[in-house]
Ligand binder design. Structure first.
Ligand code: AMP
Ligand code: MG
Length: 453
């Protein structure tokens, strides 16, 4: 039986560090108490033991802290073609009824439903109305008008019979089926009446929303300024992607991943280059990152001798809202504020960086960009193989969902833990295993998080 824990055996060392007291004591309950602790204690290694929160707590701390800061981004006006992914800064109202007339939604004959009490009925065809035109006259009892999808229903008619249920007899039309009043018609204003709000401030604008803006003639749109998100990878082993690494060096892949995630989340990535594991250089680069609306650091937040990120942030006067989350991957995650700027210290392992971004940074960028809080969406699937875990953590494990016998079925991909981007790239979702789910059987319904929201 494959166990969730196999993939995580390398984490055992980190566990021993953090298992100084039982999990219950390490998990903070009151964010304000945490904050007070953080104010008293300098030096990250001391703070950490009391500032590890559960997944749910971490999510609500991010929501609460950024919500309290009440970010009100500036507003700018852009043209409709440029609004994809932007956040609406005004309520948009319908400039006419939608639809603007009683619209036929089938090709057929416009008629009076009451004329079809006896079948087949034979009606006099008095005209034709294609989309883009209108019928000048009126449909009287015993009459019908040939009508196409998208055309306005002629006056007097109250339904459309599909052409498939009719037979042409020259001037006369035989109708073989009856219809309800207003069948195959969408009534004027039923989607939205003139003046009704069709898109509210705070909505993210994607293809469907853009289509709706177009439908109400909105060619200039007020949107919020996008948050600038500084990306600062740290680590002496890192080299630029264009550079040929020596055998003991690692390409800086996190900056590329994070930049793509920031863009997808509606932010503007600001690359700061690579910070070495040296306090003075790190401090200088963090200072530069504080010019942006949000600072993302990657690496340097674990327990190693050269993990200096928290110490440097503390020296700069940072408040820490949590300094660890009971999740895998991503446990050493740090969230706080320094000089009115929020920051995340993301663990350096590439899959940890990716996952912690999706869980916490994406909703944070959304809030800073003017939308409400949008927590990660979890879907349900059946587990392909049994799974065990006793870590007490919420696990996010690279997996693939596919449909079998109409059910979504999820199976873990082969991967070597939180440094393994090959495994993560092969996944299309993360299997979410909650701390109380110690034994899961094949066929159980479980939570999965789509790889990108
Ligand atoms: P750290 O969190 O600094 O202890 O780093 C954990 C692991 O992630 C190490 O194996 C690092 O080499 C790797 N890592 C850190 N930063 C990056 C990065 N920007 N790109 C790729 N791998 C990284
Ligand atoms: Mg490092």
């Amino acid at each position: 039986m494959g166990t969730c824990e196999e993939a995580w055996s390398f984490y055992i060392c980190a566990e021993i560090f953090l298992t100084l007291s039982p999990l219950g004591e390490r998990v903070a309950r009151d964010p304000d108490a945490l904050h007070r602790d953080a104010g008293r204690v300098r030096g990250s290694r001391v703070i950490r033991a009391s500032m590890v929160v559960t997944y749910a707590q971490a999510i609500s701390i991010v929501q609460e802290r950024i919500g309290q800061a009440n970010p009100m981004p500036a507003v700018e006006t852009v043209s409709l073609e440029e609004v994809r992914g932007r956040v609406l800064a005004e309520d948009v109202v319908a400039d006419r009824d939608l639809p603007p007339f009683h619209r036929a939604i089938r090709d057929g004959y416009a008629l009076r439903a009451a004329d079809l009490s006896a079948l087949p009925a034979v009606l006099q065809c008095v005209g034709e109305v294609p989309a883009g035109q209108h019928f000048e006259g009126k449909v009287d009892p015993g009459q019908c008008v040939s009508i196409m999808t998208g055309a306005p229903l002629p006056v007097g008619a109250d339904a459309v019979v599909m052409v498939e249920y009719t037979r042409s007899l020259g001037e006369q039309i035989e109708i073989q089926r009856s219809v309800q009043r207003w069948e195959n018609v969408v009534l004027q204003g039923s989607e939205a009446a003139l003046g009704a709000c069709v898109l509210a401030r705070g909505r993210r604008l994607r293809a469907a929303e853009m289509g709706l803006l177009a439908a109400v003639g909105k060619v200039r749109v007020a949107v919020y300024r996008q948050p600038m998100v500084a990306i600062l990878p740290t680590g002496d082993e890192l080299v630029a992607v264009e550079q040929r690494p020596q055998w003991f060096q690692i390409r800086n892949s996190n900056a590329v991943t994070l930049s793509a995630q920031v863009t997808a989340a509606g932010g503007v990535p600001v690359g700061l280059g690579i910070a070495p594991d040296r306090e003075d250089a790190l401090r200088e680069m963090i200072e530069r990152g504080l010019d942006s609306d949000l600072l993302l650091l990657s690496g340097g937040v674990s327990m190693g001798k050269f993990d200096l990120v928290e110490e440097v942030l503390a020296e700069l006067g940072a408040e820490f809202f949590f300094q660890g989350a009971a999740i895998r991957p991503g446990k050493p995650l740090v969230f706080g504020r320094v000089r009115d700027r929020f920051f995340f210290g993301l663990p350096g392992n590439p899959v940890s960086t990716f996952v912690t971004f999706e869980l916490f940074v994406r909703p944070a960028i959304a809030m800073l960009g003017g939308t409400g809080f949008e927590p990660p969406v979890l879907l349900r699937a059946r587990l392909a193989k049994p799974c065990r875990q006793t870590s007490g953590l919420t696990m996010f494990m690279p997996a693939r969902v596919c449909v079998q016998n109409r059910d979504p079925v999820v199976e873990l991909v082969n991967w070597q833990g939180s440094g393994d981007l090959v495994g993560a790239a092969a996944a299309n979702c993360f299997l979410v295993v909650h701390p109380d789910q110690t034994e899961l059987a094949a066929g159980d319904w479980v939570d999965v998080m789509p790889k990108e929201q």
